[in-house]
Ligand binder design. Structure first.
Ligand SMILES: NC(=O)c1ccc[n+]([C@@H]2O[C@H](COP(=O)([O-])OP(=O)(O)OC[C@H]3O[C@@H](n4cnc5c(N)ncnc54)[C@H](OP(=O)(O)O)[C@@H]3O)[C@@H](O)[C@H]2O)c1
Length: 264
């Protein structure tokens, strides 16, 4: 039987594979109890059993399709009612390099539902409890493709949403002890690529990270209270420069009349 965790419970979506499965392992190792969410119940159950045995933690499983409204609400209800929740890792996601003119509209919608809608609703489900208890964290998994549209606008658009949404969330909780982190993985060796119809072996291997390294780095960032974690970025000054330039740019976007070049 597991002992009571001081760390509370971490909810990890997309825990049946890849990055989410590594998060589940590392967080159990850090002393969190777990709620694992994904569609493939058999994989979740296998992982849960392995983690219970390895770390003596409480691990429960919710099999749910986060693109399905009823399933999503079921997860929301379960995690919003659980006062032990201290961490939500919004990791479940799917990708693809579809261009809009030829994309399967239903696939695109599923991508938006999982990457954007579920992430938003699950955040909404746990945030009031975290704020009320003044503890805990939300980790949202975006992608470096939030800043690059060359692989198609649908996936990139969903991840740009995750970045902006999370940044605004950081402002919301700034006066609390609640932490909010956005993680931007680059190419990471998981099933994601094959599911998206791409081949990770076609990517230069010097830019492909393992899921183990990615998650370990992201957790170091979280422990340090980092708001934006880009595990593959060697020089953090580049992120500061980028974000600073964006602020300067934004500061120049407002005027009470159109710029002279738009004179009719
Ligand atoms: N791998 C990369 O190169 C890379 C790069 C940047 C960002 N990311 C992001 O990292 C996150 C994790 O990706 P990964 O690389 O670990 O991919 P993965 O190995 O394919 O794992 C994706 C996880 O999401 C779950 N999932 C997918 N659709 C779902 C749905 N409708 N409902 C519930 N769960 C669903 C999957 O579980 P089930 O199939 O069992 O439902 C699986 O556990 C994603 O948000 C992805 O966008 C990945």
């Amino acid at each position: 039987m597991s002992g009571q965790s001081n760390k509370g419970t971490a909810v990890v979506t997309g825990a049946s594979a890849g990055i989410g499965a590594v998060y589940a392992d590392r967080l159990a190792g850090q002393g969190y109890d777990l709620v694992l969410v994904a569609r493939r119940a058999d994989r979740l159950e296998d992982l849960a059993e392995k983690l219970r045995n390895a770390y003596d933690r409480k691990v429960s499983v919710i099999s749910a399709d986060l693109a399905n409204d009823n399933d999503l609400r079921r997860v929301e209800q379960a995690i919003s009612a659980d006062d032990s929740v201290t961490l939500l890792v919004n990791n479940a996601g799917l990708g693809g390099a579809q261009v809009v003119a030829t994309a399967d509209a239903d696939v695109a919608e599923r991508m938006i539902k999982v990457n954007v809608v579920a992430l938003t609703r699950l955040t909404r489900a746990v945030l009031p409890g975290l704020i009320a208890r003044n503890r805990g964290a939300i980790v949202n998994i975006a992608s470096v493709l939030a800043y690059d549209t060359s692989f198609g606008g649908i996936y990139s658009g969903t991840k740009a949403y995750v970045v902006n949404f999370t940044e605004a969330l950081q402002r919301e909780v700034a006066d609390t002890q609640v932490k909010v982190q956005v993680v931007l993985p680059g190419a990471t060796r998981t099933d994601f690529w094959e599911i998206a119809g791409s081949d990770i072996d076609s990517v230069p291997q010097e830019i492909v990270m393992s899921a183990d390294n990615l998650v370990d780095a992201a957790l170091v960032g979280l422990a340090r209270g980092e708001a934006v974690t880009v595990p593959g970025l060697a020089d953090p000054a580049k992120l500061d420069t980028f974000l600073g330039a964006r602020q300067v740019f934004f500061g120049s976007l407002h005027a009470n009349k159109p710029a002279a070049r738009y004179a009719a």
